[in-house]
Design a protein. Structure first.
Length: 271
């Protein structure tokens, strides 16, 4: 039974658990007869680092795309930081609203493909959205971009365009671009899948640093099992549009409770 969402009475001297920063309530996503998500109930606490694992086609990336408003749920409700991002009943059409746009600003995403503007420098790629979406002044945006490029180890490459950068460097620019919007939630959709093996480590190091040194809420879809085990507060196993198992990394990777989790890990960890 799902816990009640009614406010809990405050008991003096006892701290209540924080409200989830992300909440999916009975969220489904269908493409015709293909049920990608099936009445999903899923919470992420403020500051929590959550990795989502599972086979291809299990609905992992769809969760991120719904949060980014790139996909519309077929049914259900999605709440981010106390504001409703989606509230869909059967047959209801969803319209773009100011609240949806404002809530969307709280979320940043790093995609599989880097999606950088090839004709712009690394600096220009990073300042574009803060200036035009947040209304940030150009001088402030450039100062923030320089700080972020240094953070991801690319301070000397701010005037390079994407074709002048390696794949790992481009993905690090993409991470800096997402951080420039000062999101409360940072999403990663298999951020190393498009990289050559020798470049994966440099991107994982940046993500590892963010996970260990910031209180940002992070939700990552990944096939890097050992990395997920290292940086996550919680790991969620998805299969066939549903969360099969959820728990601390030590439980999921060392003592999974579900046979589907065990069979998946046997398959991916033997390679």
């Amino acid at each position: 039974m799902r816990p009640s969402t009614e406010p809990q009475p405050r008991i003096p001297g006892i701290a209540l658990p924080p409200e989830p920063l992300i909440r999916f309530e009975n969220v489904s996503k269908n493409w015709g007869t293909n049920h990608v998500l099936k009445s999903l109930n899923f919470d992420v606490a403020p500051g929590e680092k959550v990795s989502i694992i599972g086979p291809s086609g299990s609905g992992k990336t769809t969760i991120l795309r719904i949060l980014m408003t790139l996909e519309t749920p077929s049914e259900g409700k999605v709440i981010v930081d106390g504001d409703t991002l989606w509230d869909v009943t059967r047959g209801q059409k969803v319209r773009e609203t100011r609240q949806l746009r404002e809530t969307r600003k709280k979320i940043g995403m790093v995609f599989q493909q880097f999606n950088l503007f090839p004709h712009m420098t690394a600096m220009e790629n990073i300042i574009e959205a803060p200036i035009h979406v947040l209304g940030m002044g150009k001088a402030e945006a450039r100062e923030r971009a320089a700080e972020l490029l240094n953070l991801v180890g690319l301070g000397k490459h701010m005037n390079h365009t994407p074709p002048q950068l390696s794949g790992g460097q481009q993905q690090r620019v993409a991470i800096a671009r997402a951080l420039a919007m000062r999101p409360k939630v940072l999403l990663f959709d298999e951020p190393t899948s498009a990289l050559d093996p020798e470049l994966i480590g440099e991107v994982l190091n940046v993500i590892r640093n963010l996970a260990h040194t910031t209180d940002m809420t992070m939700l990552m879809v990944t096939h890097e099992m050992r990395f997920a085990e290292e940086i996550s507060d919680r790991v969620v196993m998805f299969d066939n549009g549903a969360a099969v198992e959820s728990g601390p990394p030590a439980q999921i990777f060392k003592n999974p409770q579900q046979e589907r989790t065990r069979s998946f890990l046997r398959a991916v960890l033997q390679h």
